[in-house]
Design a protein around this ligand. Structure first.
Ligand code: ARG
Length: 457
């Protein structure tokens, strides 16, 4: 029997059920559905719509449903279109006439929006914890890297040396912004829609403020139409997850490059890499590749939800059921990715000799030569030209740049090209050399501590 059978003579058809059913995926909202139902019946009780005894019977039925679900003994019925139907059916079976009062003043429209917001809040907390764990791995590796350095690249061409710690923390700061966005998104979605009813509120004495407080929401909805139509929080969560997935993808891309023989900057741990079914010598960075690959489907989920929303009139339309699968999938994939990358990075070995050798090519200090001339009073554009010409002369004449520089600009200039010098000359705040990076590490640690506290509180 359906929830609406009073108005209907027959049905529903098998085709309709198969097409419209959401139980296979919205079962994940069972915990939140029970929380919402408990708060709702307590509100009904406060409004005098449920007696003490009825409240007690319904709450006990909800507890029983919870233990049946947890123990795997809950049996779903063929007509259970979604998790809300299933829970209400079972509560009514268990609690009889009192159970039949559970849905008083409530619609699945405000119910599903409430469940999904509650789910989103815990999902964001969990993701934030995983983001922090990956940041901590990057921080550990950055600390362990000490003053090791490697080439920094622009256009994927060697540009200037940077500390390895600096490079690792660059990814760490991007994740810090993701964390800020998660916290911010959570704050905005922390609004209870329960009490909006189907779309217009109720003639019955409901208590949306009390119910919101009971559920731990920061506030209740302001407008019942908006409350049941609003999926901004799904779209926004998916955007935050998409950008996070993009950051994981970019990090993944570098791990792929670094672990290639061509770069040789990273040796992967056996447990965190894969082999080839045909080529016995291969060791592949599949985690990093999937971090890159899975970003596509997370972004796809964001686009799917925005596209679903764009043409919808107020208030609830069944299209909104399409919000859940992209959100669940994005949360699952991003969480798995964060953890897999953390494991991969923590277990990899940085090949510091290779990095140093790649960074110690004399041309990497070209801008330092120009800056030496600038310090002596030459305009930068002219200095750039002078050094550029020396670089060209060395290349054309197949000469060593250091000898050309020594002959043309003297020993002080040639000393700048010595191995390990250029990186120490990046001294400005936020720069890539040892002095500013030590300061940056301290700032990064301070933000990590603040974020840890924010996420736990
Ligand atoms: N399964 C539905 C969803 O996820 C629940 C709300 C159904 N509401 C309705 N009026 N048919 O959106």
């Amino acid at each position: 029997m359906t929830l609406w059978s009073g108005r209907f003579e027959g049905g529903p058809s098998e085709e309709l059920l198969q097409y419209t059913v959401s139980l296979p995926f919205d079962r994940r909202l069972a915990t939140e559905d029970l929380l919402g139902s408990r708060a709702h019946v307590r509100g009904l009780h406060r409004g005098g719509l449920l007696s003490d005894a009825e409240l007690d019977v319904v709450l006990r039925a909800l507890d029983r449903v919870e233990s049946e679900l947890a123990g795997g003994t809950f049996s779903f019925a063929p007509g259970d279109e979604d998790v809300h139907t299933a829970v209400e059916r079972r509560v009514t079976e268990l609690a009889g006439p009192a159970g039949a009062k559970l849905h008083t003043g409530r619609s699945r429209n405000d119910q599903v929006a409430t469940d999904l917001r509650l789910w989103c809040k815990s999902a964001i907390d969990a993701i934030a914890g995983d983001v922090l764990s990956l940041q901590e791995v990057l921080h550990q590796e950055a600390t362990a890297a000490g003053e090791a350095y490697l080439p920094g690249y622009t256009h994927l061409q060697r540009a200037q040396p940077v500390l390895l710690a600096h490079h690792l923390l660059a990814h760490g700061w991007a994740l810090g912004r993701d964390l800020d966005r998660l916290v911010d998104c959570r704050r905005r979605l922390d609004v209870s829609p329960l009490g909006a009813g189907a779309l217009a509120g109720s003639s019955l004495p409901l208590d949306p403020d009390g119910v919101a407080a009971d559920l731990g929401f920061a506030s209740r909805f302001e407008n019942s139409l908006d409350a049941v139509s609003d999926r901004d929080f799904v779209a926004e969560s998916l955007f935050v997850l998409s950008l996070l997935a993009v950051h994981l993808s970019r990090l993944g891309e570098e791990l792929v490059l670094w672990s290639s023989e061509e770069f040789g900057f990273l040796a992967l741990d056996d447990a965190h890499s894969t082999g080839s079914s045909m080529l016995p010598q291969k060791k592949n960075p599949d985690i990093a590749e999937l971090a890159r690959g899975k970003a596509g489907r997370v972004i796809g989920g964001l686009v799917a939800v925005l596209t679903t929303l764009k043409g919808l009139p107020l208030a609830y339309n069944r299209d909104l059921q399409e919000d859940k699968e992209p959100l669940f999938d994005a949360v699952d994939q991003v969480r798995l990715g964060l953890r897999a990358l953390a494991g991969m990075i923590a277990s990899s070995t940085f090949k510091l000799d290779r990095m140093r050798a790649a960074a110690d090519v004399p041309a990497m200090a070209a801008v330092d030569l120009a800056e030496l001339l600038v310090a002596k009073g030459m305009p930068f554009r002219e200095a750039h030209g002078v050094v550029g010409a020396l670089v060209r002369r060395a290349i054309d004449g197949n000469e060593d740049l250091a000898s050309v520089v020594s002959a043309e600009l003297g020993a002080e200039a040639a000393a700048l090209l010595a191995p390990g010098i250029a990186v120490t000359r990046r001294t400005t705040p936020g720069g890539a050399g040892p002095k500013p990076v030590a300061d940056q590490l301290a700032r990064f640690e301070a933000k990590l501590a603040v974020d840890r506290a924010r996420v736990l509180s």
